[in-house]
Design a binder for this molecule. Structure first.
Ligand SMILES: Cc1cc2nc3c(=O)[nH]c(=O)nc-3n(C[C@H](O)[C@H](O)[C@H](O)COP(=O)(O)OP(=O)(O)OC[C@H]3O[C@@H](n4cnc5c(N)ncnc54)[C@H](O)[C@@H]3O)c2cc1C
Length: 467
């Protein structure tokens, strides 16, 4: 049993104040959950304010052989922050500073606890733009975004978080501080350790500084909502856009279950026959935007049953309401959902949608699909009542089938939410044994005792082997 008194005394001696080391069970409750609704209380919670304090906390954890569970805002959707054993939860939410804004090189250096939207606002005040836009940007942290390689609607054109990370400061399991990357546009000196830590889900090190590249914001944008009579036509429209070299910033889609769930709440009329929607945003210079918006209208004229164009920002906001209203609205379809975020190569969207429809018929459960169709990332929600054993079994079967179909199409188990502990058993479906062995060698090189976020990413037998 870990000696809590000795551990807290060492943390205080390292300069971490008593009010930033929490051991009270009630006070710790809110550090043991995430958006998956799993929860487990930590042994203790530490709230560092600097890299030096993170390193001290990790050295103390190493000395007492404690597992360490790093967390940002706890909005993760794959159980990444859930303590899987009695360990130290390291909350980075007090490290929120913008350390440097480099207006010459279009770069910003931040601490990991800064909220994504606050970073966007800080750089926007200087005429610059940080594009990645996860739907959780109003509350998730940059550290969590980097550790999950978060993405959002504009990934179609602008890419995901990792494409903006140019360097990191990371504290390793034994408390060693390392620096990766730099401000050079071209930089090929040694291994690209930055990419290794992006998406590592708190299993390789604790990120304490993040160097990001920025862009000038687009000058104009046009938003259009396209309604179709069936999902197949909507899916074909996405591939047709790219075949014509139309590259919107965003293509979000909603299937017929989603439409039924929100129809009553929409502030605009939709044709009764609408069974699939695409929300398309085109951005760039005003002339190009107008031209591309017109090309899109021509493209969909023979197939869309309605096209609604936003005339101004207020109307744009109204169109986005349809997408934003979705998550709470589908909760009315069934009491529970198994929520996955598969991704397939864009051209395989029609195939995966057709397969998911067939799986829904096989298991006799509604499967609601919506998401970032432009980049092939689909939120698949198997709707069910988990208290009904038959539905629970059929739901799990549907998820396994969807994963198999996704991988069969060259896709991936997770486009943005990560593997965590919710999908770890399925990792061997996507990666063969030598590839997982290579990942495992990397993990053990950096964290030989498997103390950083144990129980995550790797299938259960990996963790049994270590402990
Ligand atoms: C309503 C809602 C909408 C969402 N929409 C999106 C979306 O559009 N796109 C998307 O990608 N995700 C989305 N998510 C999921 C989630 O917001 C993202 O995964 C986000 O990046 C997590 O950030 P966080 O600060 O909450 O991290 P946490 O949940 O606290 O942590 C997530 C993972 O990162 C690790 N971690 C956190 N900070 C650090 C650090 N400093 N160093 C090392 N590891 C660290 C943790 O150990 C954990 O494994 C959504 C979630 C919700 C609830």
């Amino acid at each position: 049993m870990p000696d809590i008194t000795a551990i807290t005394a060492e943390l205080h001696a390292a300069g971490i104040d008593a009010d930033r080391v929490i051991t009270d069970r009630t006070a710790m409750t809110c550090y043991g959950y995430d958006a998956t609704r799993q929860s487990r209380p930590p042994l203790l919670v530490v709230l560092p304010q600097s890299t030096v304090e993170v390193a001290a906390a990790l050295k103390t954890a190493a000395a007492h052989r404690l597992p360490v569970f790093t967390r940002g805002a706890g909005s993760g959707m794959s159980g990444g922050t859930i303590p899987t054993g009695a360990g130290m939860v390291l909350s980075l939410t007090m490290m929120t500073r913008v350390l440097e804004l480099d207006l010459e090189n279009f770069m910003v250096t931040v601490e990991p606890g800064i909220i994504t939207k606050e970073l966007q606002e800080a750089v926007a005040a200087h005429g610059l733009w940080y594009p990645p836009d996860p739907a959780s940007l109003a509350f998730s942290t940059l550290g969590g975004n980097v550790a999950e390689n978060a993405g959002g609607p504009c990934a179609v054109k602008y890419g995901v978080t990792g494409e903006y990370v140019r360097g990191l400061e990371v504290v390793l399991a034994d408390g060693t501080v390392i620096t990766t990357g730099n401000k050079c546009v071209k930089s090929v000196s040694g291994y690209d350790l930055t990419r290794l830590f992006v998406g590592s889900e708190g299993t390789l090190g604790v990120i304490t500084k993040i160097l990001l590249r920025l862009l000038p914001p687009p000058a104009a944008r046009r938003t259009q909502l396209l309604a179709f009579a069936d999902m197949g036509t909507a899916a074909e429209t996405i591939t047709a856009m790219f075949r014509r070299r139309l590259v919107p910033a965003t293509i979000e889609f909603l299937d017929h279950h989603s439409i039924a769930a929100i129809r009553q709440e929409l502030p605009f009329a939709l044709p009764p026959a609408a069974r699939a929607l695409l929300l398309v945003e085109i951005d760039g210079e005003p002339e190009t935007v107008d031209r591309d918006a017109e090309r899109l209208r021509e493209l969909v004229a023979p197939t869309a049953i309605a096209v609604i164009t936003a005339a101004d920002e207020r109307e744009r906001d109204t169109l986005w309401q349809a997408r934003r209203a979705l998550s709470p609205a589908i909760a009315r379809i069934a009491p529970h959902k198994l929520n996955e975020d598969i991704a397939v190569p864009r051209a395989s969207i029609p195939a995966i949608i057709a397969r998911i429809d067939a799986i829904a018929a096989e298991v006799e459960l509604p499967i609601v699909c919506f998401g970032h169709a432009g980049d092939g990332n689909i939120h698949v929600n198997v709707m069910l009542d988990k208290t009904d054993p038959g539905q629970a079994e059929r739901g799990e079967r549907a998820v396994a089938e969807i994963f198999r179909a996704t991988v069969g199409l060259g896709g991936t188990l997770s486009g943005e939410h990560g593997i965590g502990n919710t999908k770890s058993a399925f990792l061997p479906l996507e990666w063969d044994a030598p590839t997982i062995a290579t990942m495992r060698a990397v993990k053990l090189a950096l964290d030989p005792e498997n103390r950083l976020n144990p129980g995550k990413i790797f299938p259960p037998d990996f963790h049994d082997h270590i402990s």
